[in-house]
Design a protein around this ligand. Sequence first.
Ligand SMILES: O=CCCC(=O)O
Length: 480
Amino acid sequence: MRSLTKTNAFIDGHWVPVDERFEVTNPATGEVLAEVADADATLAERAVEAANRALPAWRARPAHERADLLLKWYDAMQANKQALAELMCAEQGKPVAEAAAEIDYGASFVKWFAGEAERSYGDIVPLQTTDKRVSIVKRGIGVCSAITPWNFPNAMITRKVAPALAAGCTMVVKPPQLTPLSALAIAQLASEVGIPDGVLNIVPSSDSKSVGKVLTEHPLIRKFSFTGSTEVGKQLMQQCASNVKKVSFELGGNAPFIVFDDADLDHAVEQLMICKFRNAGQTCISANRILVQENVLDSFVNKLKAAMRDLKVAAGTADEVDYGPLINTAAIEKVERLVGDARENGAECLLGGEVLNDLGELFYAPTLLTDVTSSMAITQEEIFGPVVAVQSFTDEEEGIRKANDTPFGLAGYFCAQDYRRIERVSAALECGMLGINAGAISHAYNAFGGVKESGIGREGSRYGLAEYQETKTLTLGGFA
Ligand SMILES: O=CCCC(=O)O
């Protein structure tokens, strides 16, 4: 199997070495995997200029040519799935099988937007006066930039880059400092399949502030996309305001997972396990607050505890592992703080509640807390770890009120069977995405994004392309 480990910045189709380097480590073992080029603001500006030079020719190509190149990129990701998955497991920690599923997921955005490139239409507007013809056209907005997170090192890049390229835009990406190797590997594949120089540029950096400033304030950039925390997102949004860039932000979540008393409890447990333990809980749409109706609480918790006991935690390279290490010490400290605070304030820990030191410093036990209340920090912050924090509620009205009692609104989930309740609760929950008797809701065909402080804009789906387009109205006069 070939190695796809690249360690330099990728600008204008070239691998650019930089004297300054930062280390990328394996969270399962602490081993240093690579020393990666540490781009500064000047190099980021070079990447923006390269993207700007590449723009006219890329934008001018017929849609089917851009689509064909994207499909070749998709094929290359599929052909190299195992190598990409092993690289991702090494730098991010998720099990190899889950990493391979992420390659499928990430590549699916490339395939989907290759198709959308060929289905982007404008409008012919009805006649307003006999002397004019009006049409509305769509075109790629121009040079785009993105800052992406470490929890999905492949898919969070393709979900932004694929629609941008499909729309005829060029792109500069700053991948996360913790997981740049997956990004650099797919840039290599993009180059091999013939995506022209300068169309995709990758600037790894440990200096998020100054590179981020270039990617949000550079006047040549017309659109910025970010996935990460709400706190950082707010700062970046302000920076983008300096020259009124188009933006999309996929920010923090605090997803409720509500189990009503008419739910199929076995199915609810199964769906919660899928939702919660994906990527060890380090997912922005992970269920964060588990709200269970009082009269089914004991039964649900017993079933959940039995399912959680079967979880296998180990390095992502082990066989049949459910989840691996958390990403770094800060992640472990946060989980320990939240669990500690909950316990001090009266939560009961039925399972776990500790670091699995036999495995290593970053492995956290599957943890089940009950008697959780809304005043505990664990219900206010994203846990981003393998901790299930269960609260109870009395009736539908209280369940909905508790679920909506947050400034966030990314994903939400509920389990119920009564179709009238399903209709009522679906309408009442404040979130951009809702899983109803379903814990897995992500797909390239779906519109991903949040409401309230969880963000702006949508990724994936037919709406994802529009984020990288501008709309122009043409009024043609002079008809008799
Ligand atoms: O964590 C953010 C993205 C997760 C997903 O696309 O399902």
